[in-house]
Design a protein around this ligand. Sequence first.
Ligand code: NAP
Length: 257
Amino acid sequence: MCDLSCFSVLITGANRGLGLEFVRQLLQLSKPPQMLFATCRNPSKAQELQKLKAQHSNVQILSLDVESIISIQEASVFVKDQLKGLGLNLLINNAGNAIANTIYSESEESMHLLYQIHVVGNLKMSQIFLPLLKEAAQRGPQDSLSCNRAAIINISSSAGSITEVLGWEYGHCLSYRCSKAALNMLTRCQALALKEEGILCTALHPGWVQTDMGNSSAFVTTLKKEESVQGMLRVLSTLSEEHSGGFYSWEGKALSW
Ligand SMILES: NC(=O)c1ccc[n+]([C@@H]2O[C@H](COP(=O)([O-])OP(=O)(O)OC[C@H]3O[C@@H](n4cnc5c(N)ncnc54)[C@H](OP(=O)(O)O)[C@@H]3O)[C@@H](O)[C@H]2O)c1
């Protein structure tokens, strides 16, 4: 049972994988978002998303590349106009990429690219959408933090946990691990800075899931995206002040940094 009930949600990388599944399941909630901004790099090629939009008038598909500040700014102008002062309740920074280099072959280009997507991109998303998150926080109950009020959820990975180093035996993936570790620190800093604004900030590990990314490793994934997202939405519905600045699995287990 998931009693998430946000008025507005924005998600990045919504054209496939976990992002698309988030959109599907958000639409199936007993109280689906009235404004669901599903963003991706190439809306015209996002056929599954286009089908969902055709069936649900609360879905808006926007072009957004987290590597481009101009693209994020343009999307924020559109979203602000649509929200008409009601604010953005939930920002899910889901877009991600993985590159299977080893400690010997890892390149400067991959290090820059994944840092740009997972850290700089997510930082800019949060900065540019902050006024809208603040608006939502000011309209919500003033005494508690929650995803229904205002939240930034960063989709991280246990591969970036310095303690767990998930899946080392299946690949070094340094650019991925280092950028997700940095994303974890970004989440912690965001939580400290934005608590007074009424904005919850949490990092989530979705599990090792059967998506293009999950299946690209040598590890045989067993977790289906439906189960992962169902679990993550349940976790989102339970997050409160004590979870802000934390790192949790799709099942709600607290993870080590
Ligand atoms: N699957 C797993 O086992 C697993 C485990 C731990 C963490 N995660 C994390 O979960 C998140 C979703 O992963 P997934 O498994 O769903 O991967 P996926 O199926 O490979 O999907 C990745 C998504 O990110 C988008 N994306 C990549 N670069 C982007 C950019 N610059 N701007 C906007 N969107 C961009 C992709 O868009 P395009 O189609 O345009 O490329 C795609 O929609 C990622 O953050 C990933 O690190 C996944």
